[in-house]
Write a protein that binds this ligand. Sequence first.
Ligand SMILES: [Cu+2]
Length: 148
Amino acid sequence: MIVHKLVLGLFTATLLGSCSMMMGRSTTYTFKHNPTAADPAAMGRAVASRDGSMVSTTLTLSGLTPSKAYIAHYHAFGPASSTDPCASNGPVTLGFPNFTADASGKVSVTVTGDMAKIAGDMGAYINVHYASDPSVVPICAPVKMTKS
Ligand SMILES: [Cu+2]
């Protein structure tokens, strides 16, 4: 009986330990508005939580056009800037699932991917595009401020 209780106690402690470790690896990034007239009230944050070699990133956005379709991606640091990731024009490294803003212009969307896809310069910024015209990018969240 005593042995069984001890084993159960150790198991519980291990679960709590791994949970708090995951919380400690969570990082929040804040979206900023790009110099565009699109969705002037758009804002939000990205919370990235690492678990081993995988990372889950959840975008919580508001001020979007109600019921409009969007796409979002992690991008690598591009060639156009080495100090402003959002202006660096880098390639996509990890895409979020397509999403549509709700009737009040809010949405939450999550992607889980291999950390290697967004490590270092590979994950320099997250941007949100109109699905109908990806050249329209209302908001961008800088993740890595300086190019390596
Ligand atoms: Cu993009």
